[in-house]
Write a protein that binds this ligand. Structure first.
Ligand SMILES: NC(=O)c1ccc[n+]([C@@H]2O[C@H](COP(=O)([O-])OP(=O)(O)OC[C@H]3O[C@@H](n4cnc5c(N)ncnc54)[C@H](O)[C@@H]3O)[C@@H](O)[C@H]2O)c1
Ligand SMILES: N[C@H](CO)Cc1c[nH]c[nH+]1
Ligand SMILES: [Zn+2]
Length: 433
């Protein structure tokens, strides 16, 4: 069922081809998204209503749900589900709290003190996907670090469901997080609204959150022209599993399918030095797929996925680093020995009993992660994503005497006299006073 490539037969170009995903070769997505962005810029709320009708099949009179409405909707959430959400909330909070650490002040030269302080980004926009599946877990993954960082304005957008509302679990997350409003906007139009502002949605400084190819393309497009930053390109989910002979094919297949069921553009890759594991995982995939409610979606994603047969785990890791997966699972007893060789990955799951789903929901790490090989350069969302680190310095009398002459020379060698003067006038006063 999985198409198998032999690593040693792959040229460099062949590897590059296999690692390429979710490109938009004919610019179809770009063209659609550009139109949507333009329309939202020109027509504001009117465009949001039009797209809600076109893409989500709902005529919206009001574009948001307020605190009272969210409270009523949240009352429909069951106790077991609320308890699971609370457990996830506590673990995610515990893990993210450790990320807020003040840095030390450093005396770089006697009398010259430099340090960094963080300040929260004031206005942030969170996008919670809700097309093929509503993801309350994403609300926790974005809301918790935003609140820990101290962001003042948190705008939340999610596609309206068929009843023109959001589901009870999303509403319950809003209650837990103390977020009093959810805007009913999805797709590229929600991103454009947060980037440019409309009558009801205010422009934000940075947009966060995963989404399908339309959402991700919109994020990358608005960042170059709207003065709104983005967290990263966090598109269709993907997983790469390195599995050796110690792996359990039942677990490996289940982990591949867990990401495949997100959407038809998801990708699940198996890299193994064991032919047996590849064959048995393929058989397991067939078996498990047949039982999945979202089998149609998952089987389309699996059809675009593949396995790589390698001679050893070093080759497997070489392929994985080229692929730069959003999620990397090391399904081997050797995970401790090989994990230092990981160079590119969004989030890593070690050993046979660490399913990727644990990180998706409740272990504590963030599930908003770079896809499409952006894990080469981006990290997943964390509290850091919601803050800016500002540098400070203070120079004393002694400090300017020690540092000033070097700055004067450096300014001269760059031919920047005014820069030099800014030091010279102080040195002159410092000597005479
Ligand atoms: N990388 C990550 O961290 C991460 C985390 C969670 C989810 N995800 C991914 O997020 C994605 C969620 O996708 P989704 O579709 O379920 O929800 P979504 O909320 O991202 O997108 C739904 C919206 O897409 C728009 N849309 C749909 N078809 C369109 C079309 N033909 N033209 C223009 N706009 C269109 C509609 O406005 C709709 O409301 C999945 O691919 C999942 O794998 C990624
Ligand atoms: N796997 C997704 C990140 O790619 C996150 C998620 C949310 N719900 C389930 N899974
Ligand atoms: Zn998932």
């Amino acid at each position: 069922m999985l198409k198998v490539y032999n690593f040693k037969d792959l040229s460099r170009k062949g590897i590059e081809e296999l690692c390429r995903r979710n490109v938009d070769p004919n610019n179809n997505i770009r063209t659609t998204v550009a139109e949507i962005i333009d329309h939202v810029k020109q027509k504001g709320d009117e465009a949001l209503r039009l797209y809600a009708e076109k893409f989500d099949g709902i005529v919206l009179h009001k574009l948001f749900l307020d605190k009272e409405e969210l409270k009523t909707i949240a009352a429909g959430a069951g106790e077991a589900e609320k308890n699971a959400i609370k457990l996830a909330y506590n673990n995610i909070k515990k893990f993210h709290e450790t990320q807020l650490r003040a840095e030390e002040k450093i005396e770089t030269t006697k009398g010259v003190i430099c340090w960094r302080e963080y300040r929260a980004i004031e206005k942030v926009g969170l996008y919670i996907p809700g097309g093929t599946a509503v993801l309350p877990s994403t609300f926790l993954m974005l809301g918790i670090p935003a609140i820990l960082a101290g962001c003042k304005e948190i705008i939340v957008c999610s596609p309206p469901q068929k009843d023109g509302k959001v589901n009870a679990y999303l509403a319950f997350c809003a209650e837990l997080l103390g977020i009093e409003r959810i805007y009913l906007a999805g797709g590229a139009q929600a991103i454009a609204a947060m980037a440019y502002g409309t009558e009801s949605i205010q422009k934000v400084d940075k947009i966060f959150g995963p989404g399908n190819q339309y959402v991700t393309k919109a994020k990358t497009m608005i960042q170059s022209e709207s003065q709104t930053a983005i967290d990263m390109p966090a598109g269709p989910s993907e997983v790469l599993i390195i599995a050796d002979d110690t792996a359990n094919p039942e677990y490996v297949a289940a982990d591949l399918l867990a990401q495949a069921e997100h959407g038809i553009d998801s990708q699940a890759v198996l890299v193994s030095d064991s032919r047996r594991i590849i064959d048995e995982t393929s058989a397991e995939l067939e078996k498990q797929l047949a039982l999945l409610p979202r089998a149609e979606i998952a089987s389309k994603a699996i059809a675009k996925s593949y396995a790589i047969y390698c001679s050893n785990l070093n080759e497997a890791m070489e392929f994985s680093n080229s692929y730069a997966p959003e999620h990397l699972i090391l399904a081997t007893d050797q995970w401790e020995a090989i994990s230092p060789d990981i160079i590119n990955a969004g989030s890593v799951f070690l050993g046979h009993l660490t399913p990727e789903s644990a990180g998706d929901y409740a272990s504590g790490t963030n599930h908003t992660l770079p896809t499409s090989s952006y894990a080469r350069a981006y990290s997943g969302v964390s509290v850091d994503s919601f803050i800016k680190k500002i540098t400070f310095q203070h120079i004393s009398k002694e400090g300017i005497r020690n540092l000033g002459p070097a700055v004067e020379i450096l300014a001269s060698l760059e031919g920047l006299q005014a820069h030099k003067n800014a030091v010279s006038v102080r040195l002159k006063n410092n000597q005479t006073k």
